[in-house]
Design a protein around this ligand. Sequence first.
Ligand code: NAD
Ligand code: UDP
Ligand code: UDP
Length: 315
Amino acid sequence: MKRILVTGGAGFLGSHLCDLLLAEGNEVLCVDNFFTGRRKNIHHLLDSKNFEFLRHDVTMPLYVEVDEIYNLACPASPIHYQFDPVQTTKTSVLGAINMLGLAKRLKIKILQASTSEVYGDPEVHPQPESYKGSVSVTGPRACYDEGKRCAETLFFDYHRQHKLNIKVMRIFNTYGPRMHPSDGRVVSNFIVQALKGEDITIFGDGKQTRSFCYVSDLIAGMHKLMNSPSSFIGPVNIGNPVEFTMLELAENVLELTGSKSKLKFLPLPQDDPMQRKPVIDLAKKELGWEPRMQLREGLKETIAYFEEVLQEEHV
Ligand code: NAD
Ligand code: UDP
Ligand code: UDP
């Protein structure tokens, strides 16, 4: 049994990770400042003797004793990370420095939740880990993209300079229960709009693509990466390579909810990537991992979750 630190543990992905680590018999220290995370996501864990919550901002130093670190703290949805862009960069960069400093002092393994956004608006399709990316340095998404790129640099430099045991994971669009209803990401937006009978907001012409991974597949990949041989450090893409246009996603959501919502076309946000799809050969080879959940099955689970949330919260 290990004592494992999960930063961002009250968020969408972090709370599912806490569930898995506790189910395995570990102790979990969940650190979160509730910027986008919610008490509701970890409420069911508060009575567990192996679960501890600490409200803390990772841009500040953290002195605790743990055996392993998963660093997930960072807003992930464009509307949230652009709300306070300076804080977003601080969270990625200072948060990484502090967690790496903690890992260095304790001589423990640390995993970074990086992102497909390091590839920016990609000119290479699909994206292998070797693609260096096409990121606007000055655009509205840069606080997130460049912050995450710098965090990856820090991870690799701590590895080379201080022999730290690191794991870097590039997460592609992930969805599922516990996404925030006003998170602003496309899957939660479309489902909430469909369930409320509101217009489905399509940005641009809806022909841009994303590849959606269900949360349980993603968390399984993250756990496999953390427990892979120390010679394998990544970066490794974890995502579902089945690609959809936003129009196809909207059609699926409308059909599965039986909603009569209409499509409403709005301007495409600046620097919005036109296409995204991971090459997952490395994850298959090194981790024996590939996603299992098909989009329609994952959407059904997510729709059921949001039906409950909308009833409870009257939103
Ligand atoms: P989320 O917004 O639900 O979770 C992020 C969590 O981090 C929240 O609980 C938030 O309160 C916390 N947080 C933010 N700033 C903090 C700070 N300064 N100190 C402490 N806690 C802080 O998002 P998520 O989808 O669960 O994403 C988790 C991680 O995975 C993020 O690092 C994100 O960049 C990465 N990621 C997610 C996706 C995805 O599709 N979900 C894709 C790529 C990368
Ligand atoms: N740090 C931390 N917890 C620790 C050890 C370090 O939060 O247990 C932070 C501390 O703020 C420090 C940063 O991590 O500034 C980087 O640590 P490192 O040892 O790499 O750098 P240094 O302390 O030499 O600046
Ligand atoms: N999008 C959309 N309608 C929405 C929210 C998002 O058409 O209500 C589009 C957005 O422009 C992007 C895609 O869906 O092309 C995915 O957006 P999301 O914010 O979920 O993730 P990211 O852009 O970070 O991949």
